[in-house]
Design a protein around this ligand. Structure first.
Ligand code: G1P
Ligand code: ZN
Length: 543
C-alpha cells in the first residue's frame, strides 16, 4: 500500500487553550480540513511513529468516516497500533479509561459533546494524552501552531477498515484492534460500586429512568443498568444512538432533557431519574419531583462517597470549577479536606487528580468525576448516586433536605445569552471589568457588593497560570454573580451569567431559585448593562 503526501494550506484550527476543535460538520467535511487537523495533532504531539492510540467517538454523523481517515493517517505516520471502539463508538470516559488501562500514548476522541449532531449541526475532535485526560495548554498550543503553518499531510491509500468486527487486522503495517466499547468500562464500574446493593434496590421494586438522549451512553446504560444490575427493560429511554441524536440536543439539563423531566414530575414518577449527554461525560440527576443542581450533586456525592466501596477510604480532596457553587466547599470544610477552585474546563482537574490531591471534582455544567479516569463521567455519577441511595435507603429529596439542613443551601442558576455578536459580548464584559475596583461598598439594585475581581489561577501542582477566567462579584450575605464568555460555542459569543446565593436560615431552604436569586440577577444586569449592550431581553437558556 502506498502512502500519499498531500499539499495543503493552514486551517482555522483549535483555539489555544481549548481542549479540542468543534466546528460545523460541513466544515470538518470540507476537503482536507479534518486531515489538516489530524496531522496537526500528530505533529504537535511529536509524531505517532511507534505509538499506540485509542480512537472512538460518540457516533454522531461523520464519526465513522472521520475514523477511517484517522486510521489511514495514523498508519501513514507509522503508528504501531490503534485501539478502536466497535462501530467507532467510545464514550469520552470510556476512551479515557481505555487509554489508561492499555497504557496508550494518547487518544483521538470524536465528539462535539452535548452539541447537536448531523450534517447541519456540529462535529468535533480532540486529543487526550497518556494520562487519559484532555491535552495540556502546552500541547494544545503546539497543535494550534501546527494548524497555522501546516503544508502537507500524510495518508495511506487503502480500503476502509471493518469497524464492526471485533479483533485485530493490519493496515499498512499498523495493527488495528477493534474492541467492545462497553466491557472494560463496565468492569471498572463494578470495581468501584456495590453492584449487589444496587441490584437489590431494583429487585425490591426501585424504579428509574435513564435518558440516553439517543446518544452514546445508550449501550453502556443498557449493559450496566439493565443487564448487570437487573433494572427492568425500558429503564433506559432513548437508548439507541443515532447520528443526529434523534434530532435532539443531547445536553442533560431540564431544558433539553424535558422528556425525562416530564416523567419525573408527572404522576407515578419513578424513584430516580438521570440523563447523560452526546459523548457520555455529563450527567443530570433528578429525584421524584426533585431536580438536583449539578453543584448540589457534587456536594452530596462528596458528603456520601465513602458509602461506595471505591471511595470507602475517604476523599483526598475535592475540586470544583470557579463558577460552580460553594456547596461542596462547605462539605469539604466539614470533612476536613481541601477544596480547590479551578478555571472552567476539565483539564484543570488533571494535575490535581494525577498528583493525588483530589478524589472528586465537578462543574456546574453537569460534569462530575473522580480519579478513576481523567474526564468527567456521566454514568459513573449515576452509579455513585444509586450506590448512595442503596446504602442509605433514603430518597433523593430526603438526601437533599439533609444536605441543606446540615450545610445550608446554595441556590444556583446559570443564565446563558447565546449567539450574541462577539463585539457586543466583549463590550458587556469590558463594562463589568472596568468597574471591578469601584464596585465594593456600592449598593446596586438593593444588593451590597462586598468584593469583585477577575479570576486567575495558578496550578498548585505545576505552577502554570491561567488569566481572565471570569468576572466575579460577591454580595453581602453570601451571594455571587459571575460573568464568563463561553469557550465552546460554535456560532457568535455566549455570555454566561452564574448566580448563587447561600441560605442557612432553616425557614428559607424550600424556596425557588427564582425567588432567591432575583436581587442578584437584577444587580448583575445593572452592572453589566447587558440588555442594552447586547440587545437581549432575556437569556436563551436558564439551567
Ligand atoms: C462548557 C462548560 C464547561 C465545560 C465545557 C466542556 O464550557 O461551561 O464547564 O467544561 O463546556 O464540556 P464553556 O462553553 O462555558 O466554555
Ligand atoms: Zn460531553
Amino acid at each position: 500500500m502506498s502512502h500519499t503526501v498531500v499539499k495543503t494550506t493552514p486551517i482555522d484550527g483549535q483555539k489555544p487553550g481549548t481542549s479540542g476543535l468543534r466546528k460545523r460538520t460541513a466544515v470538518f467535511m470540507e476537503p482536507h480540513f479534518l486531515e489538516n487537523y489530524v496531522q496537526a495533532i500528530f505533529d504537535g504531539t511529536g509524531g505517532v511513529e511507534g505509538k499506540t492510540l485509542v480512537v472512538g467517538g460518540d457516533g454522531r454523523y461523520f464519526n465513522d468516516r472521520a475514523i477511517q481517515v484517522i486510521l489511514r493517517m495514523a498508519a501513514a505516520g507509522q503508528a504501531a497500533r490503534c485501539i478502536v471502539g466497535q462501530g467507532g463508538i467510545l464514550s469520552t470516559p470510556a476512551a479515557s479509561h481505555l487509554i489508561r488501562k492499555r497504557g496508550a500514548d494518547g487518544g483521538l476522541i470524536l465528539s462535539a459533546s452535548h452539541n447537536p449532531g448531523g450534517p447541519d449541526a456540529d462535529f468535533g475532535l480532540k486529543y487526550n494524552g497518556g494520562n487519559g485526560g484532555p491535552a495540556s495548554e502546552g500541547v494544545t498550543g503546539k497543535i494550534f501552531a501546527r494548524t497555522r503553518d501546516i503544508e502537507d499531510y500524510h495518508i495511506l491509500e487503502a480500503q476502509d477498515v471493518d469497524l464492526g468486527t471485533l479483533g485485530t487486522s493490519d493496515l499498512g503495517g499498523m495493527t488495528v484492534e477493534i474492541v467492545d466499547p462497553v466491557s472494560d468500562y463496565a468492569e471498572m464500574m463494578e470495581g468501584l460500586f456495590d453492584f449487589e446493593a444496587i441490584a437489590g434496590l431494583f429487585a425490591n421494586g426501585f424504579t428509574m429512568r435513564f435518558d440516553a438522549m439517543h446518544a452514546v451512553t445508550g449501550p453502556y446504560a443498557k449493559a450496566i443498568l439493565e443487564d448487570r444490575l437487573g433494572a427492568p427493560a425500558g429503564t433506559v429511554m432513548n437508548g439507541t444512538p443515532s447520528p443526529d441524536f434523534g434530532g435532539g440536543h443531547p445536553d442533560p439539563n431540564p431544558i433539553w432533557a424535558k422528556a425525562l423531566m416530564d416523567v419525573m414530575y408527572g404522576d407515578d414518577a419513578p424513584d430516580f431519574g438521570a440523563a447523560s449527554d452526546g459523548d457520555g461525560d455529563r450527567n443530570m440527576i433528578v429525584g421524584r419531583g426533585a431536580y438536583v443542581t449539578p453543584s448540589d450533586s457534587l456536594a452530596l456525592l462528596a458528603a456520601k462517597a465513602h458509602l461506595a466501596p471505591g471511595y470507602a477510604g475517604g476523599l483526598a480532596g475535592v475540586a470544583r470549577s470557579m463558577p460552580t457553587s460553594g456547596a461542596v466547599d462547605r462539605v469539604a470544610e466539614a470533612l476536613g479536606i481541601e477544596c480547590f477552585e479551578t478555571p472552567t474546563g476539565w483539564k484543570f482537574f488533571g494535575t490535581l487528580l494525577d498528583a493525588g490531591k483530589v478524589t472528586l471534582c465537578g462543574e456546574e455544567s453537569a460534569g462530575t468525576g473522580s480519579d478513576h479516569v481523567r474526564e468527567k463521567d456521566g454514568l459513573w455519577a449515576v452509579l455513585l448516586w444509586l450506590n448512595i441511595l442503596a446504602a442509605t435507603g433514603q430518597s433523593v429529596s430526603e438526601l437533599m433536605a439533609e444536605l441543606w439542613s446540615t450545610y445550608g443551601r446554595c441556590y444556583y442558576s446559570r443564565h446563558d445569552y447565546e449567539d450574541v455578536d462577539a463585539d457586543k459580548a466583549h463590550a458587556a464584559m469590558d463594562r463589568v471589568r472596568g468597574q471591578l475596583t469601584d464596585l465594593p461598598g456600592q449598593t446596586i439594585a438593593g444588593a451590597i457588593v462586598e468584593w469583585a475581581d477577575e479570576f486567575s489561577y495558578t496550578d498548585p501542582v505545576d505552577g502554570s497560570t491561567a488569566q481572565a477566567q471570569g468576572l466575579r462579584i460577591g454580595f453581602k450575605g453570601g451571594g455571587r454573580a459571575v460573568f464568563r464568555l463561553s469557550g465552546t460555542g460554535t456560532v457568535g459569543a455566549t455570555i454566561r451569567l452564574y448566580l448563587e446565593q447561600l441560605e442557612i436560615d432553616p425557614e428559607r431552604l424550600g424556596l425557588t431559585p427564582e425567588e432567591v436569586l432575583g436581587p442578584i440577577n437584577a444587580a448583575a444586569l445593572e452592572i453589566s448593562n447587558l440588555k442594552a449592550l447586547t440587545g437581549r431581553n432575556a437569556p436563551n437558556v436558564i439551567t
